[in-house]
Ligand binder design. Structure first.
Ligand SMILES: Nc1nc2c(ncn2[C@@H]2O[C@H](COP(=O)(O)OP(=O)(O)O)[C@@H](O)[C@H]2O)c(=O)[nH]1
Ligand SMILES: [Mg+2]
Length: 374
């Protein structure tokens, strides 16, 4: 681990230095702004080199003065690593067998009560499951698509997407969701997108719970040039939003909570009770486990969720999750976030583009490229 303090005239400059010297993996530990003339800031950053060394061990570089020697023979792998490799191969074979058996049993169980599917519908089912669409949703689509060609039309009816980019019709936009799903990062991306469109934006942060949360959003607000208000609790949100009545849009960042606990409900209800007009965006990660998603949705559905935003789409292996989220929540997808870079990694794709992502096999071909074009 290397820790270093950077000093510069602005946060933007200090963060550029951190990125240049420590790379994209650097973590900001603390920041400080020193008043006075000229103004100065310090940013303490750390990077964990151990991880890089494990994945890419450095080879010793021969000294130029040393006589030319033949490279020493590669040390023979210890006997136990060969054993471990064999064991890993065996485990992955067993995993794949278990997957096949599970798929067979699920199909048999689902078909035992239902009329057998035609050959065309069986193709549809297999195809959709191969794209990561959940069994129950895939079966539902089989009711509307008799063959592969009919899938896009059947899916179009089921997926709603908010087209035309961010537009909140005078309401504050509040982002909610599980811990670490990307709320703060997405608030910063949305605020930047609004600013790019010539709108005046402000951010209200309700997240004073997590260590470093305020620093994180403060840095984003400075970089983006968007004013920030810290609301000590949800009852203060109304006053914070009122102070920005001259803005076109106010984004509210919230604390991530375990959706299965009721805490987020009691924390957020004062915002709704305060009478502030709020548009609620629930963020769901494209990589989250479906069982978790189902349980989480049972809790979040108790709030007036207007849209879903799917985050970490760049980390998904297949994009069936986009369909699963839309079908489970029954809310339009407002945007996809596609990486850690603020403000760039967010897109507002059309419904057709979302379907193209779900249906195309190669994520590189359908996904990020199509997504980036909106
Ligand atoms: N790969 C990837 N990482 C993301 C994305 N959005 C956010 N993150 C990362 O997820 C982590 C948690 O993000 P944060 O915004 O703090 O989550 P919060 O706890 O919901 O506010 C950070 O490391 C972000 O950089 C995304 O679209 N893709
Ligand atoms: Mg946060």
């Amino acid at each position: 681990m290397k820790i270093k303090t950077f000093r510069a005239k602005s946060f933007r400059e200090a963060l550029a230095q951190v990125k240049k010297e420590m790379g994209e993996d650097a973590v900001i530990l603390s920041t400080e702004e020193m008043k006075g003339l000229p103004p100065a800031v310090t940013v303490e950053a750390a990077v964990d080199y151990e991880i890089q060394e494990v994945t890419a061990p450095r080879r010793p570089v021969p000294s130029p003065a040393a006589p030319a020697l033949r490279p020493p023979p590669e040390p023979a792998p210890p006997a136990e690593s060969a054993g471990i490799r064999q064991l890993q191969r065996a485990i992955s074979e067993v995993r794949s067998e278990v997957g096949t058996i599970r798929e067979f049993l699920e199909t048999a169980r689902a078909e035992s009560g239902a009329a057998p599917l035609s050959a065309g519908k069986r193709d549809v089912l297999r195809f959709l499951k191969g794209r990561g669409v959940r069994e129950e949703f895939a079966r539902n689509l089989c009711g509307k698509a008799d063959n592969l060609r009919e899938i896009p039309r059947a899916m179009l009816e089921e997926v709603a997407v908010r087209e035309g980019g961010p537009e909140s019709e005078g309401r504050a936009v509040m982002l909610i969701g599980p811990t670490g799903v990307g709320k703060t990062t997405t608030v910063a991306k949305l605020a930047a997108a609004a600013t790019r469109e010539g709108k005046r934006a402000a951010i209200v942060s309700l997240d004073s719970y997590r260590i470093g949360a305020i620093e994180q959003i403060r840095i984003y607000s400075k970089i983006m040039g968007v004013p920030l208000e810290i609301a000590p609790d949800a009852r203060e949100v109304k006053a914070c939003v009122a102070r920005h009545a001259d803005k076109d849009v106010v984004f509210i960042d919230t604390t991530g909570r375990n959706p299965m606990g009721g805490k987020f409900l009691s924390e957020l209800s004062p915002v709704y009770e305060s009478g502030v007009p709020v548009e609620t965006h629930l963020l769901i990660s494209a990589t989250c486990d479906h069982d978790f998603l189902e349980e989480a949705w049972k809790s979040y559905a108790r709030l007036p969720v207007d849209f879903v935003g799917v985050t970490k789409v760049d980390e998904a292996v297949r994009y069936g999750a986009l369909y699963n989220v839309a079908a489970l929540c029954g809310r339009p997808i407002a945007y996809l976030t596609t990486g850690q870079t603020v403000p760039g990694d967010i897109s507002f794709p059309s419904r057709k583009k979302v379907l193209q992502m779900v249906l195309t096999e190669d994520p590189a071909e359908s996904g990020m490229a199509a997504c980036a074009q909106g």
